[in-house]
Design a protein around this ligand. Structure first.
Ligand code: DAH
Length: 342
């Protein structure tokens, strides 16, 4: 009976294993070739009684479709296997991924952190979005101080609760003092923001490192000695420092610190404007009001603080004078710091 034959051939088609091009071709010839089984079965249709012809014809069509689909799928998967095989050469040597270089500001920051870690300083960080208390009030800024002006500060919320982008990392001093007990020795690196027009000499964001040392009997001599150690570590044994009296609301007395010009060996050049000195940071003894505002008894403890700009130090180390270069991410600029070590 034709129907039984069809069923048997259907099983054969399903079971036929196609594993390579040869078996693929064998399959095609056996079932779908011009002298193949399916064709033969169609030939037998004329022996089928008329009333069954329609049903058997349909079975045969389905059989041919089954064989054609199997052939097409097998062909496609064999082709895929081949193209994968030709794409992947497992013996090919790996392609090296080019190394990037560290950003000059990261290099300087790491070096400064390393210098202070050697004398027992920890690293602390605070938020860039800061409230008025930590950025200004606790640091003894009077209510009408010009730094609180919109012209200098990016405010996020004005009014009762003033929220701004911090204008300096001195805000972290307050946070550390509020949350820990002396002795405190910490430096706080971070990004700060000021409402400035961008030029070679000013930017609306830059980076600072704040230093804070609080303990019993901390003196101005300790501050000076610490900064001398720092300058010599960073700029070399020949470096000298000098302190000039200055004013900051959060320190009393306050000073600005110059380092002897490393470029001309203090002889005088256009970088130091023929003075032999370069300004590198601000510092002073923490004002008793600031200690008290942060919950530290000024009768029991004294301390010093200092703050410096990372771009400024990088400028002196690498002689890069245009502040914009530090944030443009031009790879031609960044590549020059490949392999730089202090
Ligand atoms: N916060 C100051 C600034 O942004 C820098 C500074 C000066 C920090 C004196 C200090 C300090 O801790 O004692 O210009």
């Amino acid at each position: 009976m034709v129907q039984e034959n069809i069923e048997q051939v259907r099983k054969e088609i399903v079971d036929f294993a196609i594993s390579n091009e040869q078996t693929l071709e064998q399959f095609r010839i056996r079932f779908l070739g011009s002298k193949g089984i399916v064709k033969d079965l169609f030939g037998e249709l004329k022996t089928v009684p008329n009333e069954e012809k329609r049903a058997v014809g349909q079975l045969l069509n389905e059989l041919r479709q089954l064989a054609e689909e199997k052939l097409a799928t097998a062909k496609e998967s064999l082709e895929n296997q081949q193209s994968n095989a030709s794409d992947v050469d497992v013996t090919r040597p790996g392609e090296p991924i080019p190394f990037g270089s560290r950003h000059p500001l990261s290099l300087v920051r790491s070096e400064i952190i390393a210098i202070f870690e050697r004398i027992g300083y920890t690293v602390s960080e605070g938020p860039e979005i800061e409230d008025d208390w930590h950025n200004f009030s606790a640091l003894n800024f009077p209510p009408e101080h010009p730094a609180r002006d919109m012209q200098d500060t990016f405010f996020i919320e004005k009014g009762e609760r003033e929220i701004a982008l911090r204008t300096h990392t001195s805000s972290v001093q307050v946070r550390v003092m509020e949350s820990s007990k002396p002795p405190i020795r910490t430096i706080s690196p971070g990004r700060v923001y000021r409402n400035e027009a961008i030029s070679a000499r000013a930017h609306c964001f830059f980076h600072q490192i704040e230093g804070l040392y609080i303990d019993k009997n901390v003196s101005f001599a300790d501050l000076k000695q610490t900064l001398d150690y720092f300058a010599k570590s960073l700029f070399g044994e020949k470096a000298r420092i000098r302190l000039r009296p200055s004013y900051f609301p959060f320190t009393e007395p306050s000073a600005e610190v110059d380092v002897s010009c490393t470029i001309c060996n203090a002889k005088g050049c256009n970088v130091c404007k023929y003075t032999g000195w370069l300004e590198i940071l601000g510092c002073g003894m923490v004002d008793p009001n600031v200690l008290a505002a942060s919950g530290i008894d000024p009768e029991e403890y004294t301390g010093f603080a200092f703050g410096m700009g990372i771009e400024r130090i990088a400028q002196l180390k690498f002689k890069v004078n245009d502040l914009r270069l530090y944030s443009e991410n031009d790879v031609r600029f960044l590549k020059q710091f490949d392999g730089v070590n202090f």
